[in-house]
Design a protein around this ligand. Structure first.
Ligand SMILES: *Cc1c(COP(=O)(O)O)cnc(C)c1O
Length: 390
């Protein structure tokens, strides 16, 4: 971390309010059944927020588990001294299973085949390999699809145990494809399928410790699910709503943790009828003050945002104009401002806000993608209730 702070000379940075993370986790903690634990989903560098600080904050707020997509991401958490259980959602190449064993990282298996490939790589001399089985009840991404495949999996697992494989089946889970939609028909079908599969596992006499299905959206939409004991909390931990549809139905309000800031790096008077930036895609109608920002598409400030977004300066919304370049972009100012005047690209100034949802709408995507898109070239700074931590 020290090294990172020393490297951050530039005047463009993301602020992460860990207090918001804490409060969002707490809101979920209070809302969901006390019989359920929380798993903080910190894949993708915690949706661009920074995996280690977010994971620590979520654990401090009462999360019991962490989840990531890649083995690299799990090891980053372990390297930072985090000891909480970690579930790997994604594929772990068999030749690295020893790293999962050494570091107590729980794997996901999708079917008999994924387990069969893994078995020869599981070391007897290392800590026991823990895994959760993924059940595909309708997402068609990962997991096994029907009862026959489940029976095949169960008998293969028993066979592997019989041969002394150093493995333990610890959990089962599924993932909803439409939990963020108000029409719950498909999700209900998935849940029914999941519960039937769970019954088979139970009838086979396998008592799994962890059963999970709900993400941020499903935890709100389906509070009545009583077959699970773990909620996988992602997007809403970061203070973002799973969908615009769901927003009015949320039983508590969320606090966005992510904001993006820079300063003016040049301010100049530009004559009437001047074209701005590559391709002259914006032309001044009169003499204008133009401000340059040291932020561009290499920072994830996408070129496709050109001429379509605003930024905040002194609490005012001002338009970004001209094509966004790799390292810079321009803003149409309403007056002269001093060099190094603070500029907010995402976040609040006074009454005004440029939200992650606003940007998602411009880019025709979902809010999930926006913090992920701001590249690691932009340093993340951590705050808690206004106090800078790092
Ligand atoms: C990313 C992910 C989640 C978190 O979903 P949110 O909608 O962000 O809450 C949960 N489960 C799985 C399997 C995921 O990949």
């Amino acid at each position: 971390m020290e090294g990172e702070v020393r490297k951050a000379f530039r005047k463009a940075w993301v602020e992460i309010d860990l207090g918001s993370i804490y409060d969002n986790v707490t809101s979920y903690r209070r809302h969901i059944s006390p019989n359920k634990a929380l798993m903080a989903v910190v894949k993708g560098n915690a949706y661009g927020h920074g995996a280690v600080p977010v994971a620590k904050e979520a654990l401090a707020a009462g999360a019991a588990w962490l989840a990531v997509a890649l083995l690299e991401e799990a090891l980053e958490l372990r390297d930072a001294g985090i000891q909480a259980p970690i579930l790997l959602f994604g594929y772990c190449p068999e030749e690295y299973i020893y790293l999962a064993q050494q570091n107590h990282i729980t794997l996901s298996f999708n079917d008999k085949d994924s387990l069969r490939r893994a078995v020869p790589y599981i070391e007897k001399s290392l800590p026991q390999l823990q895994f959760h089985l993924k059940l595909d009840t309708g997402m068609r991404r990962l997991g096994l699809q029907n009862q026959e495949e489940l029976h095949t999996f169960i008998s293969f697992y028993r066979q592997a145990l019989g041969q002394g494989t150093n493995i333990h089946w610890q959990g089962a889970y599924t993932h909803f494809a439409t939990a963020d939609e108000l029409d719950q028909t498909y999700a209900k079908k998935q849940l029914q399928e999941f519960e039937q599969q769970l019954q088979i596992i139970q009838k086979e006499g396998l008592a799994l410790e962890w059963i999970h299905a709900e993400n941020s959206a499903a935890a709100i939409q389906f509070p009545e699910i009583n077959t699970t004991n773990l909620v996988r909390l992602g997007i809403s931990m970061y203070g973002l709503y799973p969908s615009q549809e769901m927003r009015p139905y949320f039983p508590f309000s969320l606090k966005p943790a992510f904001s993006f800031h820079t300063v003016l790096s040049q301010v100049k008077k530009v004559a009437q009828n001047s074209g701005i930036s590559y391709g002259l895609a914006f032309t001044t109608e009169k003499d204008e003050w133009i401000g340059t920002l040291p932020v561009g598409y290499a920072d994830g400030w996408k070129r496709s945002l050109s001429n379509q977004v605003s930024v905040l300066i002194q609490g005012k919304k001002l338009k970004q104009v001209g094509r966004i370049c790799m390292d810079q972009c321009m803003v149409l100012l309403d007056q002269e401002y001093p060099l190094r005047e603070p500029v907010t690209l995402i976040g609040r100034q006074g009454e005004q806000e440029i939200s992650i949802d606003d940007l998602a709408q411009v880019l025709n995507t979902i809010n999930y993608e926006i913090p992920c898109m701001i590249s690691t070239r932009v340093p993340r700074r951590y705050y808690k209730y206004g106090q800078q931590l790092l």
